[in-house]
Design a protein around this ligand. Structure first.
Ligand SMILES: [Zn+2]
Length: 253
């Protein structure tokens, strides 16, 4: 449910299941029964009194407090919505914090590309095309390019495996390397068709990193734009570039 950043958020997923289940269990029976309040009040009392409380009950109680859930909700569908949004908020906050440095400055590494308005499930992960894994890697800052590899493997230089002239960064592979011009032409054609001529002019004037965010559809504004089938095209070509890069690396080994 949290899309690309969701892999590491299993605990949120488990909490979601627990709280939804509890909602179904309690809210269906007695109308107007404020079960959440009861779980909180009685649960806390029972624990204080040292009564035998099952771990499940205990956990439920803790989660209600942890997420600051509203004890007045009784309707099942309202509860479900409430739980979903509260958990998403918590997960989003934590994720956002992890992206931001102490001084409030956004990290200037490749993780820049992970920063989206909101961590939502990405439709393209459902698409069945061969290179989506590559796009996923680059969007989540997992693309293993030489600028990163060189940091921990001394034998690996920072230069691009294809042209051997420039530092190998995401921007270089996707937007610059002359050996990928053919693939890039297709990708930019697709992008232009999506954003239209006016935005295209803006795009051309952008700094590399901004352009990259656009191509990867991480810009808040583009994210709201539709034209899914064209995005599939764009991502396909980004994937092909990364794929070509990896093949070149394999050939060199
Ligand atoms: Zn290159």
């Amino acid at each position: 449910m949290y899309g690309e950043v969701g892999w590491r958020d299993l605990k949120y997923d488990m909490d979601l299941r627990l709280l939804r289940f509890a909602g179904r269990l309690f809210s269906g029976g007695v109308p107007g029964d404020r079960w959440v309040m009861r779980v909180m009040a009685e649960g806390v009392e029972d624990i204080k009194k040292g009564k035998r409380v099952t771990p499940w009950w205990k956990r439920l109680n803790q989660k209600i407090v942890f997420y600051g859930l509203d004890a007045h909700i009784t309707k099942g569908s309202d509860w479900r919505q409430h739980v979903d949004s509260k958990i998403a908020m918590k997960a989003h906050g934590e994720w956002r914090d992890s992206m931001i440095k102490k001084g409030g400055e956004v990290k200037k590494t490749m993780r820049y590309y992970c920063i989206k308005d909101k961590p939502y499930y990405e439709w393209y992960l459902r698409e069945d095309w061969e290179k989506k894994r590559e796009v996923f890697r680059i969007r989540t800052g997992q693309a293993m390019l030489n600028n990163i590899k060189a940091r921990w493997a001394g034998s690996v230089g920072e230069l691009c495996v294809l042209c051997r002239k420039e530092r190998e960064t995401e921007e270089h592979i996707v937007l610059e390397c002359p050996l990928l011009n053919k693939e890039r032409k297709h990708m930019l054609k697709g992008l232009r068709a999506i954003i239209g001529p006016r935005k295209w002019g803006e795009f051309l004037g952008m700094a590399l990193r901004e352009k990259m965010a656009w191509v990867l559809r991480l810009d808040g504004e583009i994210a709201r734009m539709g034209r899914k089938e064209l995005w599939v095209e764009v991502f396909r070509w980004v994937g092909k570039m990364l794929y070509a890069r990896d093949r070149a690396e394999e050939r060199r080994k």
